[in-house]
Design a binder for this molecule. Structure first.
Ligand code: SF4
Length: 357
């Protein structure tokens, strides 16, 4: 590994900070390594989230999606929600050990644990810190069902581990992919693996016999919401073997809104007025737009063989993908919908939640 240099200036007294480092392999990014006292986060009862527990090994995300809803959460650490969110990444270096202890307490109820609900657990930092294998093992060893949502192709590294975990617990896999246009993706999600690479990841998961739903969010008004764009996207997802797809419109909460609108003014100035009129001062697109989009999404789903229920697996896809009973053995995974009424371990109600990316 290339020698580490200390960060020029630790930005603030982060709780549990061990050191802040920069390395040439991650130019422009500072990692703040912290020792965390807890790993499991309880979702507040007031939340509409369909799960109660989450684990977030990282805060901040070098995937740097302009529309990322989690930007505001970086301000709680005294970072800014723009550049800092993309480049000041807090790493809970002891998260797997702490999680294991929490999961093996007699009081732990083996509730579903969701990963990837705030920042991406397979962002680039994971290549350096390798926290996810310990997290997955702790969850599986303790009999805790879990789901992972990501844009990171680094997930492929852990497929063998996930296959083993799926033999013991219900797991759900979700890939976030909402557009195919490589140029637009590069400008909109500059730190992410390309759409092509994410499609290949979906196929890898399916070839390994794992379920793989797709979160096609956010769909962007006038940029990615045409029939043609949706159809091409859903067709590509079907070809890749996705077991379901859910989609929803852009959500512009404070902290994200300012950052996104600056990007829009730079990249698509002609759309600024239209977005202002569409979103007004709110975070959500108006109900009429969301209903219009939902109808288009349902049509695109139907045209491409997906169920209308978001993450509902259509066995026809397996038949097309695995002719004459060639489905891999590991497909005896117990996916969430068998128990909870929703596939992939990510409840369908989450599909339109703005707090999942
Ligand atoms: S949307 Fe997800 S992948 Fe993109 S920056 Fe936010 S947390 Fe990272």
């Amino acid at each position: 590994m290339t020698e580490q240099a200390p960060a020029t200036a630790p930005l603030l007294p982060l709780a549990g900070l061990v050191k802040s480092v920069q390395t040439p392999e991650f130019a422009g990014i500072t990692f703040h390594e912290v020792l965390s006292k807890s790993a499991l986060n309880k979702v507040p009862p007031s939340s509409t989230m369909p799960f109660e527990w989450t684990v977030n090994p990282y805060r901040g995300c070098s995937h740097a999606c302009v529309y990322c809803f989690a930007r505001k959460s970086h301000t709680y650490l005294d970072f800014d929600p723009g550049v800092d969110f993309d480049s000041q990444v807090v790493v809970k270096v002891n998260v797997a050990q702490v999680l294991r202890k929490e999961l093996f307490k007699p009081s732990w109820g083996r509730h579903h644990v969701a990963l990837g609900t705030n920042t991406d657990p397979y962002q680039r930092a994971e290549g350096r810190y390798g926290l996810m294998p310990g997290i997955i093992s702790a969850l599986a060893d303790s009999g805790t069902p879990f789901s992972i949502l990501t844009k990171g192709t680094l997930l492929a590294r852990d497929i063998p581990l996930l296959r083993r975990a799926a033999a013991d617990v219900s797991i759900g896999m979700g890939i976030s992919l909402a557009l195919l246009d490589e140029d637009l993706a590069q400008r909109l999600e500059p730190g992410t693996p390309s759409p092509k690479a994410r499609l290949a990841l979906i196929s890898k998961l399916r070839d390994a016999g794992l379920p793989c739903g797709v979160m096609a969010m956010p769909i962007l008004p006038w940029l990615t919401d045409s029939d043609e764009a949706l159809d091409q996207l859903f067709a590509a997802l079907a070809r890749a073997g996705a077991t379901g797809v859910s989609a929803g419109a852009l959500y512009l909460r404070p902290g994200t809104r300012e950052w996104f609108m600056q990007w829009l003014a730079r990249e698509h100035p002609a759309l600024v007025g239209r977005y202002r009129r569409l979103y007004g001062t709110g975070a959500y697109a108006p109900k009429e737009y969301r209903q219009w989009l939902a109808a288009k999404v349902n049509e695109a789903r139907a045209r491409n063989g997906f169920s209308a229920q978001g993450f509902v697996h259509d066995p026809r896809q397996d038949e097309a993908r695995y002719p004459s009973g060639s489905m891999p053995e590991a497909s005896n995974f117990r996916i969430g919908h068998e128990k909870a009424g929703t596939p992939e371990g990510i409840p369908a109600s989450a599909a339109f939640s703005p707090t999942l990316f």
